[in-house]
Design a protein around this ligand. Structure first.
Ligand SMILES: [Zn+2]
Ligand SMILES: [Zn+2]
Length: 106
């Protein structure tokens, strides 16, 4: 029987975690409620961790501030998330990709 309190890993994971794996996103540290959880875990020095799929996207593309106004947010304010939390920035990055796409000129 599967323990519902343990995270479920699909591919490449064998064995039991040696310590309780936190059910928070590895990027934003907010709680994972299951609706936006990325399919594959991220390998960390603490073992596999799960993440929001939007936060994975943001970790790759940069924050919403970086995408919409890099010179202002990154260069002048050193804040690629435009004053937002990592999670909120990540959600806007997902919307940005849906609307604008992944810019080839960045
Ligand atoms: Zn997250
Ligand atoms: Zn930037």
């Amino acid at each position: 029987m599967t323990n519902p309190n343990l995270p479920h890993y699909d591919l490449g994971y064998v064995g039991e975690p040696t310590a309780a794996v936190p059910k928070t996103c590895v990027f934003c540290e907010e709680e994972l409620d299951g609706t936006d959880t990325a399919e594959w875990p991220i390998g960390t020095s603490d073992g596999p961790r799960q993440a929001h799929r939007q936060c994975m996207l943001r970790s790759t593309l940069g924050g919403i501030g970086h995408l919409i106004a890099h010179p202002y947010w990154c260069t002048e304010h050193n804040d690629p998330d435009a004053g937002l939390s990592y999670r909120h920035s990540a959600q806007l990055v997902e919307a940005y990709v849906h609307i604008i796409g992944v810019g080839a000129d960045r």
